[in-house]
Design a protein. Structure first.
Length: 160
């Protein structure tokens, strides 16, 4: 049975990534939005593309938390996306684990400046040099973080 670990960064620009039990990056992308609304159908289809009877999957999601300096509307939209993600996973019967940003960053960015937004992109390029094009722009930070959250989950192996 193949193990698929999915990582989700549910932030303002939500992103999703999947790795297999050998740490190969299977795919990653931004979770599309229409205005301020998450494209639920697109998100569900992406999750389904990695889920089947032959595969055991588990999702790691960065735990939602208030961010200093974010406005009320921004935090509301962030919370709404977070809740939608949890609802879709629950409805699909897919197990998930919430992980604090400090926890996965401590594991995945151990020797790097965790406050530097580029650290996630750089580490993702180090781990998956053949997929570096997914992480090359500053705006790809959320995709890199989703991939690192998935890799963190893979290295934990508590769910298999």
């Amino acid at each position: 049975m193949d193990n698929i670990i999915i990582g989700i960064d549910p932030g303002i620009e939500p992103a999703i990534a999947a790795v297999d039990n050998d740490g190969r990056l299977l795919g990653c992308m931004r979770i599309q939005k229409v205005g301020n609304e998450m494209n639920i159908s697109g998100f569900q289809k992406y999750i389904q593309s990695f889920c089947s009877i032959e595969k055991h999957q588990h999702v790691y999601i960065e735990k939602a938390q208030a961010m200093p300096g974010q406005g009320v509307v921004s935090m509301f939209n962030y919370g709404k996306s977070f809740g939608t993600i949890l609802g879709v996973l629950t409805a699909m019967g897919i197990p998930y684990t919430l992980v604090a940003p400090q926890t996965w960053k401590k594991t995945m960015l151990a020797d790097m400046d965790r406050s530097d937004k580029n650290s996630s992109r750089l580490r993702a390029m180090q781990l998956w040099p053949d997929k570096a094009e997914f992480f090359k722009r500053k705006s790809d930070q959320h995709i890199a973080e989703a991939a690192l959250i998935a890799e963190h989950g893979r290295t934990e192996k508590k769910h298999f």
